[in-house]
Write a protein that binds this ligand. Structure first.
Ligand SMILES: CC(C)(COP(=O)(O)OP(=O)(O)OC[C@H]1O[C@@H](n2cnc3c(N)ncnc32)[C@H](O)[C@@H]1OP(=O)(O)O)[C@@H](O)C(=O)NCCC(=O)NCCS
Length: 140
């Protein structure tokens, strides 16, 4: 992801999430490249989605991932997460973790398929609507 991608990313973020990240949040992720990995995914040259992850010490944290509706169920998210897992391994990480809304069945199915397991619940973690987060994790 580059600064030029931010308007497109934010437009989709606002459509796809009830509590979207602000533009400056994405800008901070792009400029904080010591820790952040900010990606844009393309399908045949067209914008297909975006992802942000953090690599801190021995842990990969997947902070945000979205695939726009027209490119879903083509393996875009799966390939992106597999790329992030490989990158994290190459940087010495041993563990990957993320939070997901308890009602987000597609995302939970995606993470399970990639061998993440539910390791905890954060009560009332999300707003709009207030909802628990499942903490999912796997070793690398
Ligand atoms: C969740 C999301 C990122 C999945 O993206 P995607 O590119 O469509 O996912 P993939 O095609 O890589 O799917 C890989 C596997 O995940 C599972 N999966 C993905 N979407 C699913 C759905 N809607 N229902 C059930 N399983 C699903 C399937 O096992 C799928 O494999 P299959 O297609 O061979 O059955 C996408 O639906 C999305 O952007 N949702 C809105 C934003 C969001 O919720 N992000 C996650 C926040 S934690």
């Amino acid at each position: 992801m580059t600064l030029e991608d931010v308007p497109t990313v934010v437009a989709w973020e606002q459509q796809l999430f009830p509590n979207p990240w602000a533009p400056q949040h994405f800008v901070a992720e792009i400029t904080n490249s010591d820790v952040s990995v900010a990606l844009v995914m393309e399908w045949e040259g067209e914008f297909a989605g975006y992802a942000v992850a953090w690599i801190v010490a021995d842990e990969l944290h997947i902070a945000n991932i979205a695939v726009i509706p027209r490119y879903r169920r083509r393996g875009v998210a799966r390939a992106t997460i597999e790329h992030l897992l490989d990158l994290a391994r190459s940087r010495g990480c041993t563990y990957a973790q993320l939070e997901v809304r308890a009602s987000n069945a597609p995302a939970i199915a995606l993470y399970r398929k990639l061998d993440f397991q539910i390791v905890g619940v954060r009560r009332g973690y999300y707003e709009k609507p207030r909802e628990d987060a499942l903490v999912m994790a796997r070793e690398l």
